[in-house]
Ligand binder design. Structure first.
Ligand code: 5HY
Length: 243
């Protein structure tokens, strides 16, 4: 099966790292197709950038609707444009935040999220509420590590994330960690070893969820709000993205 992974920011380095994390867990026979928008911010660390990222996801989903991937992953912790992609695509579309929350709630009675900029914590908290994980998510913690500094991720940055996770486990009395950025995917195995608790990378979980649902022959419902967008003319730089 062909599984599409959309990195909603425009950092080619991060798209490469996300593709590698996806390929590391994909089943034999699953081809990972990794893309990023043709426009927009190199990283998403606030509502303004998230708005552009959502448009970028809608762009890539519209382009992918021409070949219809078996499943799709939206690889940014805000799950920007998730529902727009579900309208455009037939196969399951999985957001990494939603997938990570689901996995964490299966593996622990309470989890903590460790993310990048403190200013994005409110966005993650709103996602927790929107997805109904208020009872399992015991805290969201920023590290003020810029998303793009995860591209090369020096040892002191890994140590800072590990320290923040230890503090979160103690303060929240939680028993699992959700990584709050797709750029943290490469750190998952190491942090699981050093912390001794489940550390959840939404990219990996979303790839497996997508494969599993597609293998079951399940697809996004086209009855109601996820039905294909209505025929409409788009103007300006979005001219080619109409329906
Ligand atoms: C992400 N930003 O996963 C989010 C993380 C965040 O560019 N990729 C980004 O800080 O919300």
């Amino acid at each position: 099966m062909k599984l599409l992974v959309i990195n909603p920011n425009t950092s080619a380095v991060m798209t490469g790292a996300i593709a590698q994390a996806a390929r590391a867990v994909a089943s034999p026979g699953t081809e990972i197709v990794a893309v990023q928008p043709g426009f927009g911010p190199q990283s998403i660390e606030g509502p303004h950038e998230e708005a552009w990222a959502a448009a970028g996801v809608a762009e890539q989903a519209r382009l992918a609707s021409e070949w219809q991937p078996a499943a799709t992953v939206v690889a940014c912790f805000g799950d920007p444009g998730l529902e727009a992609a579900r309208e455009a695509l037939d196969g399951p579309v999985i957001g990494i935040a939603e997938a990570a929350f689901q996995a964490a709630s299966l593996l622990s009675s309470g989890f903590s999220v460790v993310t990048t900029m403190t200013r994005t914590c409110i966005m993650a908290e709103r996602l927790v509420q929107r997805y109904g994980f208020e009872h399992q998510c015991r805290g969201v913690h920023g590290t003020d590590i810029a998303v793009l500094s995860l591209e090369d991720c020096p040892p002191q940055t890994v140590a800072q994330i590990e320290a923040a996770a230890r503090e979160a486990l103690a303060r929240d009395r939680s028993s699992a960690i959700v990584l709050g950025c797709a750029g943290m995917a490469p750190l998952c195995r190491q942090l699981t070893r050093t912390l001794g608790v489940p550390v959840i990378d939404g990219v990996a979980v979303a790839v497996k969820w997508g494969e599993a649902l597609a293998a079951l022959g399940l697809a996004t419902s086209k009855h109601g709000d996820y039905a294909r967008p209505l025929p409409k003319t788009y103007t300006g730089f979005a001219q080619k993205l109409g329906w």
